[in-house]
Design a binder for this molecule. Structure first.
Ligand SMILES: [Fe+2]
Length: 368
């Protein structure tokens, strides 16, 4: 059985926000804009959005306290704010953190009578306020996935909440990536690439999800010279990177991510490694454990000559994890233990994975 389900209305074009004012306005009368502290204000997306809302007579308030790796506490603070302001839809702008947060906030405002435990204990319907997603980085594809990854800072655990929450509308405009620091572009582009690889090397992959992977890899490859530092990103590159990220999101919306993502969360939580850099850290090991024909297809379609070319490009563009080897080994052991406690994630690998295979993948970069 194969199923393809993509309920998000996606528009990709220059001035997407302004051109789809009516689509935004159709979703409510007062918006809660959810974003981080800086980027949406610097890249023009916040100003474009508020001017568009004003032109449509839609009231709006902003919650701009979403941190990298949004915490459950932040979600509940935004929920209280949104409830007090009587908002009736949510607009997330930014990278994966604000977009993931906007889904959880839209859920908790709709379920204003529920306490924080509801985030991790769905009751079956997961109904939310309407959501608009405006991505301004090229990594998570959160605008087209049902995933919201949150961090419980008390337990120091980062993981997806079990609710499946899609945005109603996604607006993609490459111009908001202009001026993004090269590090951010590289880290997020590697996140998108790992989504494509993990969706392909996945026991839930179908011809439909692989259709998204194939298109995503070919689109991603067009901007590889930018990742390699061979030239600056132009407008077409930025749009391609955003598009590849969205296609990767469509792919993982059908398969979920698997071992590299499962291992990455501890590295991010305990060492502060950016998400894309953390997932790509485990990708060479995952590719090496995969059948050769799959590894060859994935690397070549993305533009890499070999696993070592992939590694060289990754290290040159994302940098090295800043931790001494003893600390890194401690955290890798935590990552392996966390993944071992998540058999559903391990079962998504399409080949046999035992504890030793997981250890080899986790330690691949350190020991090769
Ligand atoms: Fe990711």
């Amino acid at each position: 059985m194969a199923m393809f389900y993509m309920p998000v209305k996606v528009f990709e074009e220059k001035n997407a926000i302004q051109n789809h004012a009516k689509d935004i306005a159709a979703l409510g009368t007062k918006a809660l804009i959810v974003t981080g502290r800086h980027s949406a204000f610097a890249n023009g997306s916040y100003d474009d959005l508020t001017a568009t809302l004003d032109s449509e007579g839609i009231a709006h308030v902003v919650f701009n306290e979403v941190e990298e790796n949004p915490s459950v506490k932040t979600i509940m603070k935004a929920r209280d704010f949104g409830v007090a302001e009587h908002v009736d839809f949510v607009i997330g702008i930014g990278g994966g953190s604000p977009l993931d947060a906007s889904k959880a906030i839209a859920l908790m405002i709709k379920k204003a009578d529920k306490d924080v435990d509801y985030l991790y204990k769905p009751d079956g319907d997961s109904v939310t306020l309407p959501i608009v997603a405006i991505p301004t980085t090229c990594g998570t594809g959160s605008e087209v996935t049902a995933v919201s990854v949150l961090t419980d800072t008390d337990k120091m655990v980062k993981k997806s909440i079990p609710h499946k929450i899609f945005a109603d509308l996604a607006l993609l405009d490459g111009k908001y990536l202009t001026g993004a620091p090269r590090k951010v572009l590289c880290n997020t582009a590697f996140d998108a690439l790992t989504h494509l690889i993990e969706s392909y090397l996945n026991s839930k992959a179908t011809d439909y999800s692989r259709m998204c992977v194939d298109a995503g890899l070919k689109t991603w490859a067009k901007s590889l010279p930018v990742i390699r530092g061979e030239r600056e990103a132009d407008e077409t590159d930025l749009l391609n990177m955003l598009r590849a990220s969205m296609m990767a999101g469509m792919a993982i919306a059908h398969t979920a991510t698997t071992i590299p993502h499962g291992l990455s969360y501890a590295v991010t939580t305990h060492l502060g490694v950016p998400h894309g850099m953390a997932t790509a850290y485990f990708t060479a090991g995952y590719l090496t454990a995969a059948p050769e024909s799959d590894r060859k297809y994935l690397l070549e379609t993305a533009g890499f000559a070999s696993v070592s070319d992939f590694r060289k490009t990754y290290h040159a563009s994302c940098g090295e994890i800043q931790a001494d080897e003893t600390r890194l080994r401690e955290v890798l052991d935590v990552a392996v233990a966390e993944l071992a406690g998540n058999p559903a994630k391990m079962a998504l690998a399409p080949f046999a994975v035992d504890a030793e295979t997981v250890r080899r993948i986790a330690y691949f970069e350190l020991e090769n």
